[in-house]
Design a protein around this ligand. Structure first.
Ligand SMILES: [Zn+2]
Length: 115
């Protein structure tokens, strides 16, 4: 079975990994310090990753304001639901905003417009 995670959490971990990738690429520039062009190339690539990550973080902030805050029935904590179906941020309980989908097996395909 495929593992689902809360969308906001997923984007957040993506942004975090982008920062790490950016730093690793910048660190890689050390190995090419004899070649100035490569150093500049690696440095700017790393910088682009970090700038991209900042942009993703800004995007999360924007999404968070549009997400619906609900109380998870499983762990009683406040979590944010993005789209028609999403998982709880803390216990991965599947949550839905659509009463028609209640009780059905969780599928991310419910979020696509065709369904
Ligand atoms: Zn929960």
């Amino acid at each position: 079975m495929k593992k689902y995670k809360n969308k906001i959490n997923r984007i957040r971990s993506f942004a975090l990994s982008l920062i790490f990738i950016g730093f690793v690429i910048m660190y890689g520039a050390i190995f090419f310090r004899e070649n100035q062009i490569l150093v500049i190339l690696f440095m700017s690539l790393g910088l682009i990753c970090i700038i991209g990550s900042t942009a993703v973080y800004g995007w999360i902030g924007l999404l968070s304001t549009r997400a619906v805050q609900v109380v998870c029935p499983n762990c009683q904590r406040h979590t944010k639901v993005l789209g028609r179906v999403d998982m709880c941020m803390y216990c991965n309980e599947p949550l839905t905003l659509d009463p028609a989908l209640e009780g059905k097996e969780f599928s991310e395909s419910y979020n696509s417009k065709r369904n």
